[in-house]
Write a protein that binds this ligand. Structure first.
Ligand SMILES: [Mg+2]
Length: 395
């Protein structure tokens, strides 16, 4: 019988000296989790790695004081599925024992890191890439299409504010992404006034070739009047989408925008549960065939919860092609590939060591293909290797 020999966490600083309209990332860190199994390959235990995406903080306290001890105290059989593999649903339930419902805050990211390490571990035991493992084990329950292509449409997220020569540097940044093979982009808005932001949008469209290749992200900054003023100013630019115009939990304001917008709306990266999604669908006024969902498994209790989110979207008439998880990194690349989502974002060269993909991934025509490495392929990302090594030293 397979067993879990140990679970370890380290908090890894995010290298991000940039800011959006709301947040400076220079103090952010991320929990990197290792689950060590009893399965031995090449003389070493097969080990699954996961992390809680980007944009929140590491959760050593919740992981080390609550969740990891619960898993290590559980009986080994309670953590296995019927097929003998580690069961992410059962492991999540054990990790969440004695936690009350609601309050989906940092706890959702802590479990996200842990639960995703289970998926990495299972894929490595099966000796297949994580996208392939995810596609095979979820097909019976949730796959609505045969869309399991490992090629994922992606776009380069960036477009930050620069102090000097802001427009020129913005254009240079997007040109760098173009040279890497990206043909669609997302830029920040809301960190300057409307007039300056419209100049930024037009500068980005100049590089991209059309508005449909440029999305804008306000990071939840606007009140109703500003959100509507931006909508009106942008309405003839045919933009790809207008992301988080207002507070992520102000569903009434979102509904107001939704009723008048001619630009697709995007939201969800700051919703951390299926219940939050249910409320968004009830009250946010989002439309099938138009709007975009960006919930991120690493921030939302992991893939087990994300599959519940996809079920809710399906029941409400939305397609997986409307899902573009937040957090451009290898884990979400594999999730998007395995579940046939619309795509995922990418942070080329930003938010290291987690942001961006690995040199082993192939970029072309705006698409990224995961490598054939077992699991999420985190070991192939040079910036992550020293941190994975540090975790291994703890084992
Ligand atoms: Mg965003």
């Amino acid at each position: 019988m397979k067993t879990i020999r140990g679970v370890y966490e380290i908090s890894v600083p995010l290298i991000g000296n940039m800011a959006n309209a709301v947040v400076n990332f220079s103090t952010h860190d991320v929990s990197l989790v290792a689950i060590v199994s009893s399965v031995i390959r090449g003389g070493k235990p097969v080990t699954g790695f996961g992390f809680n995406s980007i944009g929140r903080f590491a959760q050593p306290g919740i992981l080390r004081r609550r969740m990891i001890p619960r898993i290590l105290a559980a009986s080994p059989e309670a953590l296995l599925a019927e097929d003998g593999m580690f069961d992410p649903v059962a492991i999540s339930a054990v990790a969440m024992r004695d936690e009350k419902p609601g309050g989906h805050g940092d706890r959702a990211g802590a479990l996200g890191a842990l639960e995703l390490a289970v998926w990495d571990l299972n894929a490595k035991i099966a000796d297949v890439p994580a996208w392939s493992w995810i596609a095979s084990v979820t097909s019976a329950e949730v796959n609505e299409s045969e869309c399991n292509s490992p090629e994922v449409p992606t776009y380069a997220a960036g477009g930050y504010y620069y102090e000097d020569d802001s427009l020129g540097r913005l254009q240079q940044e997007l040109q760098r992404y173009q040279a890497l093979g990206f043909d669609a982009f997302k830029i920040k808005i809301g960190g300057a006034d409307l007039k300056a932001d419209m100049q930024r949008i037009d500068a980005a469209i100049d590089v991209a070739g059309s508005g449909i290749r440029v999305a804008v992200d306000a990071n939840g900054r606007f009140e109703v009047d500003t959100a509507l003023a931006y909508l009106e100013a942008m309405s003839d630019r045919q933009l790809r989408w207008y992301e988080e115009p207002c507070d992520p939990l102000d569903f009434d304001l979102l509904q107001q925008l939704s009723s008048v917008t001619n630009i697709p709306l995007a939201t969800g990266e700051n919703l951390f549960s299926a219940q939050d999604t249910r409320n968004l669908l009830r009250y946010g006024g989002l439309q099938p065939g138009r709007d975009v969902f960006q919930m991120d498994a690493g921030l939302s209790y992991g893939l087990t919860e994300y599959l519940k989110i996809l079920e809710l979207l399906k029941t409400a008439g939305f397609s997986r092609s409307q899902c573009f998880p937040h957090g451009g990194h290898l884990i979400n690349l594999h999730i998007a590939a395995g579940l046939g989502l619309g795509g995922c974002e990418a942070y080329p060269g930003v938010f290291n060591p987690f942001g961006g993909f690995s040199p082993a991934c192939a970029y072309s025509d705006g698409k990224v293909k995961p490598s054939e490495a077992p699991g999420f392929g985190l070991e192939e990302k040079p910036e992550l290797q020293p941190w994975l090594e540090k975790l291994r030293e703890m084992i």
